[in-house]
Ligand binder design. Structure first.
Ligand code: SF4
Length: 332
């Protein structure tokens, strides 16, 4: 085992006499905390497909994950803080994966290993395959390859360690706390205060897609529609797969009479997930408003195929059929 190198821990802005440098390190509490955490990550014993074999190989003596303090693959998510998504993510497996992630203790990290976990890989757009786990979990590091070699996985883990080095002991969760507080105020219908909380979360972390999206929802209720559109666009620029943000943005654009832009956003959403009857129904209504009745009829039929118990969809279908039957010149 190699000797402890205190230079990794030492804060270079504080001078220490050369004779003491092997034995003394001056650092911050966050530095010490991160140093301990980054060298004792415990991955979960969890594999999905062929990439998992490479992950297993990484733990063998040839590659020796123990050098990084990561060899303790835990059997319970409650004892693990790193989830390596190694393999193809099917729609059936998404639910248990998210459940496992939710059972892990904070702070927790996700590494998407290989082409399948990162974006669907060779099975992308298959009827049963998810195009990347980042639609459902916040991924910290992506490792490319099909499959990535153990060396590539180790490189990804070193990148994760570097990311952890940049975190602060007392701040890493503050944006989350502000978001939670905002959510709570939102539920209690204290919208102006909720908006302030979401703003605070975004001051701490401007790349917090969820805070942008919830800010958008709050601004809609406060009737500040233009700002809400900007907020939703902010969320989607960070996470283009945020389905609720896409749906809410499309709904808002439709309400504001921007039918074409609304239809484009419904298209984006339905491309990600075609099983949203509400999106099909609203897309049909906007198409009808654009006088594209035939396409609107196809869309409303699609909505009813997914859920035929929605009365408003049947009403919309009736209106579209009536418009289709009218002689061309008299349609309004
Ligand atoms: S990325 Fe390649 S090796 Fe990894 S699970 Fe997908 S198909 Fe298998």
């Amino acid at each position: 085992m190699s000797e402890l190198d205190l230079r990794e821990l030492h804060d270079p802005s504080v001078p220490v006499p050369e004779s003491l440098q092997d034995n003394v390190a001056v650092t911050t509490l966050s530095g010490l905390y991160n140093y301990s955490r980054r060298n004792s990550l415990w991955p979960l014993t969890f594999g999905l497909a062929c990439c998992a074999i490479e992950m297993i190989a990484t733990a063998t003596s040839r590659y020796d994950l123990a050098r990084f303090g990561m060899e303790v693959f835990r059997a319970s998510p409650r004892q693990a803080d790193l989830l390596i998504i190694s393999g193809t993510v099917t729609k059936k497996m998404v639910v248990p994966i998210v459940r496992i992630y939710n059972q892990m203790a904070e702070p927790r990290y996700v590494l998407a290993m290989g082409a399948c976990a990162s974006g669907g890989g060779p099975f992308k757009e298959g009827y049963n395959v998810v195009s990347g786990i980042d639609k459902y979990l916040p991924v910290d590091v992506y490792v490319p390859g099909c499959p990535p070699t153990p060396q590539a996985l180790i490189h990804g883990l070193i990148m994760l360690q570097k990311k952890m080095d940049g975190q602060r002991l007392f701040q890493w969760n503050t944006a989350d706390l502000q978001l939670d507080r905002g959510e709570e105020l939102f539920v209690r219908e204290r919208y102006s205060e909720a908006l302030k909380s979401f703003d605070r979360a975004l001051t701490i972390d401007p790349n917090f897609a969820q805070a942008w999206a919830r800010r958008g929802d709050t601004l809609v209720i406060l009737r500040r529609y233009r700002e809400a559109i900007d907020s939703y666009n902010g969320a989607l620029a960070i996470n283009p797969y945020d389905e609720p943000a896409l749906l809410n943005l499309a709904l808002l654009l439709g309400r504001l009479g921007q039918y074409k832009t609304a239809v484009i956003n419904y298209d984006r959403l339905l491309e990600l997930n075609p099983e949203v009857p509400e999106a099909w129904q609203n897309r049909a209504i906007r198409l009808a408003q654009l006088k594209r009745y035939k396409l609107a009829l196809t869309n409303i039929n699609q909505a009813l195929r997914y859920d035929d118990r929605v009365a408003t969809a049947w009403v919309a279908r009736g209106i579209i059929l009536r418009a289709l039957r009218k002689p061309k010149g008299s349609r309004s």
